[in-house]
Design a protein. Structure first.
Length: 312
């Protein structure tokens, strides 16, 4: 962590002169949103809510009777995710300046003292954990396991050392729907675990596609992402394998009905077909962008559909 401290402190001392123009355009609110990685918080919020919603639906409970559980679950999970992301920003402030999408974070520009970011992260995790305590012990424990896997297993250990960092990091990203389900029903149904596996398997092809697009930046930052270490050819094979692993998962969600099963299968086959198409495209970066965009649409559609089919 000596490099992190050195860069973070020097950025503050120098006033981040090279990014001065960018600093003037940001606001306190935008800086806060960047610190907690609001995009990640929002996407995980969708999966958390879906897990909670399905648990209420299949346990025969009323959504209106569980508004308090919904509140504590949504707020609690959002806070622990936001806190974990803030700590990730604190740790990575020595390499974030090397990447286009992270170079304007306040931990890089020096607008916020690193120690304040660390304290913020810890406070958010603490508050989030307290909120989850108002649901079930199981949901609380799962939430803390998610924090541990993201902060320690991914950020502090595997991200800069192992090419399998993406797979290890996928554990924390798969936890939110489990939190949502456990907040209502601590006896996790097989559907809850199917949601966990779905999220776990979805992440590698999503992030490998992103890593292909940002391969030069990851290489400059010294992060051993798969495209950096193994190249595009191997990465494309890995992406195809992970997408193929999604194919059987909808069959563990048959309680959602045939229409959902058909939709999920179509989405899976479509993603796999796009992956195979990558072997005919000469521009790997363009293909990676298509795969990345598809993965985002896939996640939104499939989780929103889970809620919609229970309303029909």
């Amino acid at each position: 962590m000596s490099n992190s401290k050195t860069y973070g402190d020097s950025a503050i001392e120098n006033g981040a002169a090279s990014l001065h123009g960018t600093i003037e355009k940001t606001t306190v609110w935008k800086d806060f949103m960047a610190l907690i990685k609001i995009g990640i918080v929002n996407s995980n919020l969708i999966t958390t809510f879906t897990g909670l919603w399905l648990a209420i639906h299949f346990s025969g409970q009323s959504f209106l009777d569980n508004l308090d559980i919904m509140f504590f679950t949504v707020v609690g999970s959002s806070l622990i995710i936001a806190g974990s992301c803030a700590i990730n920003n604190y740790v990575d402030r020595d390499i974030d300046h090397l990447m286009e999408r992270t170079k304007t974070r306040p931990t890089v520009t020096g607008k916020i003292m690193p120690v304040k970011v660390l304290v913020l992260g810890i406070l958010l995790i603490g508050l989030g954990t307290l909120c989850l305590f108002f649901t079930t012990v199981t949901a609380t424990v799962i939430g803390l396991l998610g924090v541990f896997s993201y902060v320690f297993l991914y950020t502090l250990w595997s991200k800069r050392q192992l090419v399998s960092n993406t797979i290890i990091g996928s554990i924390s990203g798969a936890v939110p729907p489990l939190i949502g389900w456990a907040a209502v029903d601590a006896n996790l149904d097989i559907m809850a675990w199917a949601l966990f596996v779905l999220m776990f398997v979805w992440q590698p092809p999503h992030f490998y596609a992103l890593a292909m697009r940002r391969v030069k930046e990851y290489r400059a930052a010294g992060v051993p992402m798969l495209p950096v270490v193994k190249g595009f050819k191997t990465t494309k094979i890995h992406i195809l394998v992970w997408v193929a692993l999604l194919l059987p998962i909808p069959f563990f969600l048959t309680k959602l009905g045939i229409p959902f099963l058909i939709l999920a299968t179509v989405l899976n086959v479509g993603w796999l077909a796009l992956g195979i198409y990558g072997y005919k495209v000469k521009d790997d970066i363009k293909w990676a962008k298509l795969m990345f965009v598809y993965s985002l649409q896939y996640l939104t559609i499939i989780f929103v559909a889970m809620v919609i089919v229970t309303l029909i």
